[in-house]
Design a protein around this ligand. Sequence first.
Ligand SMILES: [Zn+2]
Length: 377
Amino acid sequence: VAERVLELEIDAVDGQARAGRVHTPRGTFETPVFMPVGTRASVRALSSQDLEELGAEIMLGNTYHLMLRPGEALIDDLGGLHGFMAWDRHVLTDSGGFQIYSLEPRVDDEGAIFRSTYDGTTHHLTPETAVAVQRRLGADIQMVLDVCPALPASTEVVRTAVERTAAWARRGRAAFLAGRRSGATAAQRSQAQFGIVQGGVDLDLRRQSTERTLEVGFDGYAIGGLSVGEPRQQLLPALEVVTAALPLDQPRYLMGVGDPIGFVEGIGRGVDMFDCVLATRLARHGTILTDAGRLNLRNAEHARQAGPLDPGCACPVCQRWSRAYLRHLLRVGEPSSARLLTIHNLHWCLRLMRDARAAIREGRFEALRAAVVGTWG
Ligand SMILES: [Zn+2]
């Protein structure tokens, strides 16, 4: 049995929703948590300092992009992602699998062979190399390599993905534990690794995949393969059968779900961690998250508006600039518009998580969930 490098402390439960904090050798982050996505070692348009000022406690890096540009060896030589980015809070890296599947790789029992979107060179990603690359990237939390089919998919395709995911989980965990002992730096020796449950929207396959991932044993568990094309009424039952079977005392991470309803429905089913590019991507296109719902800043009605993006928002952008000014920056393509609108949207997501933690601690999470669903449904 491996020693636990990561502890989840839960201090409040409301229904199935939980609030608490995760402790690692690096420090602590509060849960439920939203992790902004820093695809290429940067949340697009923002700096590490911006993320600190927003109060982000953990960010996500994409192994696929980083292994190709600038490469894990260079990042390792410059202090891992933390040193490279000058960011001393938590980092989680994905396994690279999710991006690779969109490139239609050749996948067999051994791993996946894919071509770089940067220069066409051929690369091989296996459960073992995914561990080795993420060790050199130096994230606090690694993800195991899984197989994530796009939905809708036939039962046969989903079943094969579950089988391969289970086999790769055993190999990935073995490689991780062997490598952790021989890590070159203290950070590499104190990394954690999460397993990933697959199974599409087939409840039986979800249960099987959960059991098989638990048999391997990880520091935390992710629910993958959702929000990949299926309607929400199929997502939630698939999520429920997984969270019902996961241990209460370890973190649960719902991968790639990051819309306001997805947040509160996930938290209401016991999810602790989320990531998504939605809020940052929407911001760059002028779609603003507000307490009254979605706002399209390109609409002419905002052209002469002196008020802020969201009257209830305490972010630095809403404190200072009008909708009219921000709309102007967006329309003329000023780079600052991507930055300012991203700051607002990320602030909105991080504040929803703070509100959710407070609501759970005060026993009123269901009212918050219903209000968010009412606004965004
Ligand atoms: Zn704001």
